[in-house]
Design a protein around this ligand. Structure first.
Ligand code: CDP
Length: 235
């Protein structure tokens, strides 16, 4: 059976409605909110600050530490509070996807903590969290060579689609989920995961869609930063 029309009537290469804001957690050094449809992430950045215990310090550079978590009531079946294997994995891939964009060499022996909370989940939470986190890092004044934009692509039934929602991920014919993060100016991919199966042609098509989504996210992120800081450099 083919997937001819998306459940929410989007085009196959159309992302969900998105929203971005910076500076929403006043006590944090930097913060942001990113929403993709019904998935909402908040990121708060603290640091650079001295890292303890001191044996973890690196005299050459500051380190980045991301912590991803989902609120218990963010999903339909209550999520048990506290860390899980899933949240540890997502925290790690989030850190790795953001690291290539930032330069902490000017802050030896320090840590930059990024706390990501998913307050509502409808698939694509790691991507939404990465989008919020990269804006929060910029808001905190961390030196960055680019923002990081992330979006999920994949297959639902026989169709390549951009930005799967939960209903699509749960499609009876099976779905393939490919979270992608990129630095849009250089097109460097900083995260590429694959949950499911895909052939080469469909993967190439999916990555084209991902780039399309990334460009839209980048514009939203820059607009949100400009709203707070006025005329930041565009390119
Ligand atoms: O959220 P993301 O797509 O990055 O990661 P996932 O592990 O593939 O999870 C997909 C979706 O499953 C999440 O976005 C949630 O909507 C849902 N989920 C859930 O309902 N309960 C959990 N404990 C974990 C995920």
């Amino acid at each position: 059976m083919s997937y001819t029309k998306r459940f929410d009537s989007r085009k196959f290469d159309e992302p969900r409605e998105m929203e971005a804001k910076v500076g929403i957690v006043k006590r944090a050094d930097g913060s942001a909110m990113f929403r993709m449809g019904k998935t909402i992430a908040i990121a708060a950045v603290y640091g650079p600050r001295q890292l303890y215990p001191s044996f973890l310090q690196n005299p050459e550079t500051g380190i980045l530490r991301c912590n991803y978590d989902m609120l218990s009531f963010s999903v339909t079946d209550r999520k048990r509070p506290g860390p899980s294997r899933r949240s540890v994995e997502i925290s790690l891939v989030t850190t790795n996807s953001l690291l290539p964009a930032i330069d902490l060499s000017g802050f030896p022996n320090t840590v930059v903590d990024v706390f990501i909370q998913i307050i509502q989940a409808d698939a694509g939470t790691r991507c939404c969290g990465i989008c919020a986190a990269s804006m929060a890092l910029a808001d905190a004044g961390i030196p960055m060579k680019d923002l990081v934009c992330a979006i999920s692509v994949g297959k639902v039934g026989d169709k390549v689609v951009l930005d799967l929602n939960k209903e699509e991920e749960d499609h009876q014919e099976g779905a393939t989920d490919i979270p992608v993060a990129m630095m849009p100016r250089s097109n460097e991919v900083t995260l590429l995961q694959l949950d499911g199966e895909v052939n080469k042609e469909d993967l190439i098509q999916a990555l084209r869609y991902a780039k399309k989504g990334v460009d839209q996210i980048y514009k939203l992120q820059k607009d949100a930063l400009k709203k707070k800081y006025g005329g930041i450099k565009n390119e």
